[in-house]
Design a binder for this molecule. Structure first.
Ligand code: 3AM
Length: 191
């Protein structure tokens, strides 16, 4: 069985900014920078032939490249925060690619979750959730990171990842798929 997800890899300069944003984390487990990614769709655990079908469907995706822009940080989990993340601006190209990826997964027989898309890069995890003083400290920390910004950085491909769970999860890009990066053609009458 292969546990997998489809995601964007994070440009080097953005990784550097995100590492900076993790500095001084008051509690929780920071995500190692080699694990930074932006999830487009979590696929779950499936036998290899199913993942191969997903791969063939992902190969057929034709979608334009776009850019990645960091915009502040946030917490998942409401009153008991479970994760700290860097927020990424939701651009039309990113949303379009996500829709295409979900369609590809469905065409291979999967039923990926389709909850509201909050584009993000997870920076730290807090297990079952922070409470009391730890939660307060984390809210204070977030307040000092709201001005996190960076980019736009070009996104030229996306990838199918294998996830191996353990004390620290390890992610391996199984395949990469290019986005269309040609300059947009000038529309007729745009002169
Ligand atoms: O991009 P992030 O870090 O938010 O939380 C997991 C990680 O998301 C998520 O898939 C990404 C790569 O592991 N994930 C793990 N199990 C999941 C599940 N059962 C899940 N997302 C939804 N449902």
């Amino acid at each position: 069985m292969i546990r997998s997800f489809v995601a964007l890899e994070i440009p080097g300069e953005a990784v550097w900014r995100l590492e900076g944003a993790q500095a001084g984390l008051p509690c929780g487990r920071p995500v190692p920078s080699e694990n930074f990614h932006l999830t487009l769709a979590f696929l779950g655990e499936h036998p290899r032939p199913v993942i191969e079908d997903v791969h063939y469907a992902l190969q057929t995706i034709r979608a334009p490249g776009f850019s990645l822009t960091l915009s502040g940080v946030g917490l998942f989990g409401g009153g008991k925060p479970t994760a700290l993340y860097a927020h990424v601006l939701l651009k039309p190209g990113l949303l379009h690619l996500r829709e295409k990826v979900l369609q590809a997964a469905r065409s291979a027989g999967l039923r990926p979750q389709n909850e509201r898309f909050v584009p993000h890069i997870t920076l730290a995890r807090f297990g079952s959730g922070l409470r009391g003083e730890d939660a307060e400290k984390m809210h204070g920390f977030v307040a000092t990171r709201l001005d996190l910004s960076g980019g736009p950085w070009p996104v030229e491909d996306f990838a199918l990842f294998r996830s191996r769970l353990g004390k620290t999860a390890s992610y391996e890009a199984l395949e990469r798929y290019p986005l269309e990066t040609g300059l947009p053609s000038v529309a007729a009458g745009a002169w």
